[in-house]
Ligand binder design. Structure first.
Ligand code: AMP
Ligand code: TRP
Length: 332
């Protein structure tokens, strides 16, 4: 049996990359699998979060799932901190994972920056909590953007070492699901940098809640080069900004990058950008509008989160019990 788990950090500024790389795929998987989707607030506080803002951001992630089409009847939507088993299993995994493994994590290096001594211990242990998120449900498949690949390899290492150390087959080896034409959306200001929530420039990303005017303005200002679109994919390889816009177009239009080039080869960006804008507004506009509607009256979102937490808790309970038994804790 396959079970899907994924999470998004409630750190504000949800963007096109989150949608195309992850959330859209969450929606596509729910017809065929049992799916569990989380707002990972415990991961969020590995760097400072304003408490009031954090509450709103958790609701924003849930609203984004709902507005994108995750069905709360079929799939589970909940906040990580509401199911204590995540933290319990994370501690056990902290005792399984090796310092050497965590030292290799590139996301820690990027987020900690130069002043590593001042990073939180939680930021360092982040991947161990992520492994717990997934494995506390014995999930088998994890839809994410490309940047999470290394964390999922670590999840497999932790599962394997746990199984070996205790001589059990408790945990499955999870498979990443990284699919679509935009698994790594780049910044609109710099095609060599990932589109991210924390970029200081609002013009670097299209937010899920941006209206038609903002989308148009940001795409108009998006950095490009002076050449028209090429015919062949190889001719995009040295042109990161052009490749990014073609990838975004392909993902939104549900076709391949090669098909976009077949249709638009020879176009200047001055004519390609308005077509891309129209497509983005058509696909994105309704999602942003629905998110705003849900956020204006969070009663519904809160009810979905509460129901989701109860269902998630019921699934996690037997697994954490089994793990505690295996480790040798006295279980009452
Ligand atoms: P985060 O914003 O780090 O919580 O990421 C939530 C999900 O969005 C994860 O599955 C990420 O891999 C994915 N994601 C984040 N940024 C991008 C991006 N620029 N392109 C594609 N996927 C992304
Ligand atoms: N680390 C992920 C990110 O930054 C968020 C995350 C936390 C996650 N736990 C997870 C993703 C479990 C997939 C599965 O995007």
């Amino acid at each position: 049996m396959s079970r899907i788990f994924s999470g998004v950090q409630p750190t504000g500024n949800l963007h096109l990359g989150n949608y195309l790389g992850a959330i859209r795929n969450f929606v596509r998987l729910q017809d065929d699998y049992e799916c569990i989707y989380c707002a990972v607030d415990m991961h969020a506080i590995t760097v400072w979060q304003d408490p009031q803002q954090l509450k709103n951001n958790v609701r924003e992630v849930a609203a984004a799932y709902l507005a994108s089409g995750v069905d709360p009847e079929k799939s589970i939507i909940f906040a990580q901190s509401n199911v204590a088993a995540h933290a319990e299993l994370a501690w056990i995994f902290n005792c399984v994972a090796r310092l050497g493994w965590l030292n290799r994590m590139t996301q820690f290096k990027e987020k900690a920056g130069k002043n590593r001594e001042n990073a939180s211990l939680g930021l360092y242990a982040y991947p161990s909590l992520m492994a717990a998120d997934i494995l506390v449900y014995k999930a088998t498949h994890v839809p994410v953007g490309e940047d999470q690949k290394q964390h999922l390899e670590l999840t497999r290492d932790i599962a394997q070492k746990f199984n070996n150390d205790y001589g059990t087959e408790t945990f499955p080896l999870v498979e990443p699901l990284i699919f679509g034409e935009a698994t790594r959306v780049m910044s609109l200001r710099d095609g060599t940098k990932k589109m991210s929530k924390s970029d200081p420039s609002d013009y670097s990303r299209i937010a899920l809640t941006d209206g038609p005017d903002e989308i148009a303005k940001k795409l108009k200002k998006a950095r490009t080069d002076a050449e028209p679109l090429p015919e062949k994919m190889e001719d995009l390889s040295e042109r990161p900004e052009a490749a990014n816009l073609v990838g975004i177009y392909a993902a939104l239009a549900d076709c391949t990058k090669a098909e976009v080039l077949a249709e638009h080869a020879g176009s200047q960006f001055s004519s390609f950008k308005p077509i891309l804008t129209e497509l983005a507004v058509e696909k994105f506009g309704p999602i942003g509008a629905e998110m705003k509607r849900l956020m204006a009256d969070p009663g519904h979102v809160d009810a979905v989160l509460k129901d989701g937490a109860e269902r998630a808790q019921a699934l996690a309970e037997p697994v954490i019990r089994e793990v505690k038994e295996t480790v040798g804790f006295l279980v009452s």
